[in-house]
Design a protein around this ligand. Structure first.
Ligand code: LLP
Length: 435
């Protein structure tokens, strides 16, 4: 059966069994734009933004959704997030530059990261960034100096590490003690950082932030960490900490495969907000502004990657490899995190197949496999396959390995397609080379 739950909201299958997204036939898109190509359904992106805003603001009006740009951003998408009333979480000068180029209100931008460079800090501060989420003692000192020399008092949040395991992949777990991110509450670093920041002449400490990891399928880690961090913050009231903003980060899960059942956005909102209000009530604390930072859960379900089948190698009794024209260069997630994806044949999207195949990429690595031992209708060279839930951390983590150009991104809506990033050319690949 077609796994509709992992495809964009507008996905349908036409009377010939072909996959249609945003009113556009995927085979036509593959023909027009070539493959590999990433198709993003605008309706899904906007609906996910609206759902986050609605679910959080209905239970906690003083809340703001910041889109985590690292999941994937470019100027066209930044404009959409702005239209939907979101702020942005950026983690590099590059992401900040995209926000700026898109005319994003920079006071709604939050800068995260464990090792922001002095240049990044200077440029974002001079550009009028809203908040900097400070992650280390080194950054506290550097930022205070930069703010001083620019004659500014910069609003900051401090990123704390609550020491709570969200039970996700080790590479994407961040809020535990053994992490490069944040000031650990357990070791006393968080306390020292707060005191340092409160005394810093050119920094205004207005809140605390944590991010546990990604994707998080359980609610309990959010509940436990929210309670712990608020209690921790309350200890510094006499020191002058007025917690005006509080962020439990992002990490909200999506379904990649038909058997995955992530919580609804309303479940995440309910558990975070009920914990916040009850802990604040108990401590007699004013309710801070709530910030949340979804990335994957907004853009992930909206994206579908289309590839064309090339070589097919059947090794009797061993495995059947179906190679496609993309792979780890545009989607590193299976190789890096053992991530699993659904795959459908774009021309026979309604058919469950019985041909057991492994979808391999075109890169020169045996680990360049997109899906292992899955069942599809019999594929031939030239057929197009579609991999859903590919909007997040695929184009944004893409590389030019083997000097393959990175794929284009198409936004689809109401039967119309719009190129929002063209395919790289060979000239692009050599653009920075000096002979
Ligand atoms: N806020 C902070 C501080 C983060 O570090 C992250 C993700 C987010 C928000 C957004 O998390 P999301 O809602 O997108 O799950 N490359 C990995 C994911 C790395 C996430 C890094 N930080 C993957 O492909 O699964």
């Amino acid at each position: 059966m077609f796994p509709k739950q992992v495809f964009p909201e507008t996905s349908e299958i036409d009377s010939n069994g072909r996959l249609v997204i945003g009113g556009c036939n995927t085979l036509d898109l593959a023909e027009e734009f070539g493959t590999p190509v990433y198709v993003i359904d605008e309706v899904t992106v906007r609906n996910r933004c609206q759902e986050f805003v609605k679910e959080f603001s209905s239970v906690y009006p003083n809340s703001k959704v910041l889109y985590a740009s690292k999941a994937y951003i470019n100027p066209a998408l930044a404009k959409i997030f702005n239209e939907e009333g979101l702020g942005l979480d950026v983690v590099s000068g590059g992401e900040f530059a995209v926000a700026k180029a898109a005319g994003f209100p920079l006071e709604e931008v939050y800068f995260h990261g464990n090792n922001k460079t002095p240049d990044e800090l200077t440029q974002s501060l001079q550009g009028g960034i809203g908040r900097i989420v400070v992650d280390s003692f080194h950054e506290l000192e550097v930022l205070n100096d930069i703010a001083l020399s620019n004659g500014k008092i910069q609003d900051i949040l401090i990123r704390v590490s609550p020491g709570i395991d969200p039970h996700t992949h080790a590479y994407t777990t961040t809020g535990i003690i053994d992490s490069k991110f944040g000031f650990s509450i357990q070791t006393g670093d968080a306390e020292n950082a707060i005191k340092w920041a409160l005394n810093a002449e050119n920094l205004e400490l207005i809140g605390l932030h944590f991010h546990l990891g990604s994707p998080i399928f359980e609610l309990e880690p959010y509940t436990a960490a929210t309670d712990l961090v608020l209690r921790f913050a309350a200890q510094f009231r006499e020191n002058g900490l007025n917690l005006r903003e509080f962020s439990p980060g992002g990490g909200f899960a999506i379904a990649y495969t038909r058997d995955q059942m992530p919580p609804d956005i309303s479940d995440y909102a309910g558990c975070i907000v009920s914990t916040m209000t009850s802990t604040c009530d108990e401590l007699g604390m004013e309710y801070p502004k709530l910030l949340i930072e979804p990335g994957r859960s907004i853009i992930g379900p909206a994206g579908v990657a289309l590839y064309k089948v090339g070589a097919i190698k059947d090794i009797p009794g061993v495995r059947k490899y179906v190679s496609v024209d993309g792979g780890m260069g545009d989607n590193i997630r299976p190789a890096l995190y053992q991530a699993e994806y659904e795959v459908v044949s774009a021309a026979q999207a309604d058919r469950d197949g019985d041909d057991k195949v492994t979808i391999a990429g075109k890169y020169c690595e045996s680990g360049d496999v997109l899906a292992t031992d899955i069942f599809l209708p019999r594929l031939s060279s030239g057929d197009v396959i579609a991999i859903p839930a590919s909007g997040a951390y695929c184009p944004s983590m893409a590389s030019n390995y083997n000097l393959n150009p990175r794929p284009p991104i198409i936004l689809v809506k109401d039967g119309a397609s719009r190129l929002i990033r063209r395919r790289e050319s060979y000239e692009d690949l050599m653009y920075c080379d000096v002979v």
